[in-house]
Design a protein around this ligand. Structure first.
Ligand SMILES: CC(C)(COP(=O)(O)OP(=O)(O)OC[C@H]1O[C@@H](n2cnc3c(N)ncnc32)[C@H](O)[C@@H]1OP(=O)(O)O)[C@@H](O)C(=O)NCCC(=O)NCCS
Length: 184
């Protein structure tokens, strides 16, 4: 993963030393609820950081720490990750289920950092990296319909929203298509 820079933020690969991400994100039930379900222990987060820092050196996708340039505060995380879309039936392509590899944009901020536009700012830089550097065809994923803050972020980033038609996972889907690959 490359380090990316925006007006207020540095988006850089995680290192094993970034244990504050436990306090900021993974120990807060409200932040974890939509992001990863349950909170995680410091031990689990230390292990997570080993994997994340390895991935950051060796993979084009992965997790970036969201750091505020002004005071070097670790605000949260943002990631591009592969997944298999087994839990999504796409409204515009309902037959394409269970066997497609997609890339999602995921993110979480410490609660005290909500409401300042940080993830929209970080998201724009990561989407630009995904489309212009990696040339990904699209970023697409499903979210819980009650996660309005995340849905608002997706809207601000230009995602086309639709329905997840999967009977067991009804929700909202978001698709952002790389215009520069259309017609290639
Ligand atoms: C999803 C999440 C990152 C969104 O955080 P957020 O702070 O609402 O999103 P942004 O960083 O884009 O900030 C937007 C807010 O900042 C405000 N804002 C203030 N200054 C701003 C600026 N300079 N630029 C843009 N927005 C600004 C916007 O008006 C908006 O406020 P509002 O929601 O009251 O209308 C956060 O709620 C979170 O971590 N949730 C838990 C994890 C999660 O759900 N992850 C996604 C799983 S799909």
């Amino acid at each position: 993963m490359k380090t990316l820079e925006t007006e207020r933020l540095l988006l850089r690969p995680f290192t094993k030393e970034d244990e504050q991400i436990h306090r900021v994100v993974f120990s807060d039930p409200e932040v974890c609820h939509y992001y990863c379900g349950n909170t995680r222990s410091l031990e689990e987060v230390r292990e997570w950081l080993i994997h994340r820092s390895w991935q950051a050196k060796n993979d084009d996708l992965g997790f970036l720490a969201v750091v505020r340039k002004q005071d070097s505060a670790l605000l949260g995380l943002i990631a591009l990750q592969y997944y298999v879309d087994w839990y999504i039936v796409w409204e515009d392509d309902p037959k394409a289920r269970y066997n497609r590899i997609e890339v999602e944009l995921s993110y979480a901020l410490g609660r005290r950092y909500w409401g300042s536009g940080y993830i929209t700012e970080a998201g724009k830089a990561v989407v630009h990296y995904a489309f212009h550097h990696l040339k990904l065809p699209r970023i697409a994923y499903g979210v819980d319909p009650a996660n309005t803050r995340s849905i608002n972020v997706m809207k601000r980033l230009g995602f086309r929203l639709g329905k997840n038609l999967h009977p067991e996972w009804p929700g909202v889907t978001g698709v952002l298509v790389n215009d520069i690959t259309i017609g290639v």
